[in-house]
Structures are given as structure tokens and as C-alpha cells.
Design a protein around this ligand. Sequence first.
Ligand SMILES: *Cc1c(COP(=O)(O)O)cnc(C)c1O
Length: 371
Amino acid sequence: MENPYLLLTPGPLSTSKEVRMSMLRDWCTWDQDYNELVQEVRNRLTALAANDSDAYTAVLMQGSGTFCVESVIGSVIPQDKGKLLIATNGAYGDRIVQMAKMLNIPVAVSVTDERSSTNLSEIKKILDTDLDITHVAVVHCETTTGMLNPIEEVCRLAKEYHKVTIVDAMSSFGGIQIDVSALRIDYLISSANKCIQGVPGFGFVIANRAELEGCKGFARSLSLDLYDQYRTMEEHHGKWRFTSPTHVVRAFYQALLELEKEGGVPARYERYRCNQKRLVGGMMENGFKPLLKEEDQSPIITSFLYPKNREFTFESFYKRLKEKGFVIYPGKISKVETFRIGNIGEVYPKDIERLVETVKDVNLSEGVFSV
Ligand SMILES: *Cc1c(COP(=O)(O)O)cnc(C)c1O
């Protein structure tokens, strides 16, 4: 079964045929075959994320990426004395603030404009003055815009103040090298359907084992209890507490094999980087400007401004590209009008080349707007 179009979206994204084919059998959730598969996935994830992989563990959690973020926020902060500092410059950072508030977790927030990177001096100031803070959370690639936030600096600063560090690396992990042990990240969160290139259905947390071991009884939710999920996976060798997304896990395992075959994260990063460079170059040739400064831009997804002085509507642009086999993404920021094009997934420079040509054709021949 071939896909009718290429997804240029930041997840779910276009997967390989082999990943999709690997789902064509059923699994028993408590059988050894399946649980060994889960353990293999956990071990591979830990090895991908940490040089010092003994100090870390991988916990898988049902649901989309947000469920997994909520499971961390709700499970690792003590109920009586925790306070979370969140650095946000987009919808995913804001979502962490919203979660913490719903869970009655005290918060401090460092907000920067969606077009500006994390404000490190403000974070330092907050850490200097607010002594109640115990945990610091930051989003790596803020998918709202495509901004890559400086997690190295944020984590270094947080650790100077002895805080627990939480990184939402949902849309970057697997596509950008991150060593959680070197960066001293205690909880890194990502999901199956982003840069590892699996299908949607679960997320995962790479956790500092010693930190997580201390979180017994902190959870504010039964089904999203990260500690309990961890204990069950450890004690029962790969068992999930409740029905696990078996086919999705099998597809994810296939995606991990393909990541390894490609040459690991450095090779995947290089492919994504080439895709993104060509995307921006080609879109600029077609008269579109990217939203962010080049130094803030991730190799994952790019926001483009609506062209000025032209009769441009996103709906019509979207429709015409879709007819020609490409699905792009609307914008998500409030202050200026943008649309987004992702370049992760089973997407290669030749696909981006075809996209650029197609945008040119749409521009010139179909009268959406003229160059
Ligand atoms: C995709 C994403 C999430 C999770 O979104 P879901 O729709 O719940 O999968 C969280 N944070 C970031 C930065 C993301 O890109």
C-alpha cells in the first residue's frame, strides 16, 4: 500500500514501507516474545540517549507525546514541596505550564517571544530569587516555530542550582544527537512518531534511574504514574501495566533498526540538515522568507511567513500542494501569519527538490499568486 502523499509535518510523519509492514501480525502482551521486544526497545533507547547508559533507563508510556510529558510532570515532583520553573517560547512550553497548573503544581515561568530563544539571564535571576524551585523544564525543538532552544545552557544553569532537569525533546530526539548524561538531563521525553520515524501510539522517557527511583508515591494520576510503569517494566521484564500498543511497539522496533542502518543519529541529523537547507534555499528562490534567524532554526521544521503584497491564501496553497503529493502544516503562532514545512520522516533531499519545483509550478502556472 503506497501513501497518496508525502507528509511534511512534524509527526505523525511519513514512515517507511517496512515500518508499516511490520505491524501485520498480532502479539500477546504478556508473552515472553513480546516482552523481550519491549526490553530490546528500552535498551536501544537508553543506548541512543546516554553514553553512561547504566545510570539511565527508558520507560514507555501509552498515548501521544503529551500524555508522556504529563506523566513526567505529574510523577516526578513531590506533592508537598515541589515547584517547577518552565522556560517557554511556544505552544509546547505553554502546554507544560497548563499541565502543571491543572495538577496544582506551583510554577514559575520564563516567557520569551515565540521568535526569540530562551532567556538565560532571566532564568538565572529566577533561580537566584525563588528558592522554592526544585525542577526546571525546557522544550528542545519548539515545534511551534522550529526554534532550537539552548538545552545545554539551560541544563548547565539548572544543575549549578542543583535542580532536577526535564527536557521535552519530542521533535528532536533521534534527529539531533543528545547525550543525557553529558548534559545532565534527568528526564528526556520523546515519542514514537517523530525523529525515530515510527507510528503514533506511545511516548517514552529517558530517565536518570536514581532520580526516578526516588519518585514513589508522587504521582497525581493512576494511569500516568511514571514510577509505577517503570517498576512494572523492570520487575516483569518488559510488561506494561495496562494494554500496550503492541503493533506500534513492533513498528517502532523496526524504525530503530532502520535508524541504526542509516548510520545512527549523526547520519539522520545530516539528512535532516540537508533537507532543511535545501528547503529554505528553494523556498527563498520562490519568494518565501523563513520566520526565524538562521542560528535559531532547527533542522526539523521551518516556519515561513505569508508572502506580502500577494494574493496568497494558505488554504489554496495547501490544497494545490496536496493535489501534487505534499502535505504541509498550518502555522501556530499568534503574532504573524505563517505556515510550516517539516522535513523529518522518510523524506530525502530529492523529495525536497520535487517540493521546491512544485511550489514554483504552483506559483507560476496556477495563479495562486505571482512571483
Ligand atoms: C509533538 C510534540 C509534543 C507532543 O504532541 P502530541 O500531539 O501529544 O504527540 C510535545 N512537544 C513537542 C515539542 C512536540 O513537537
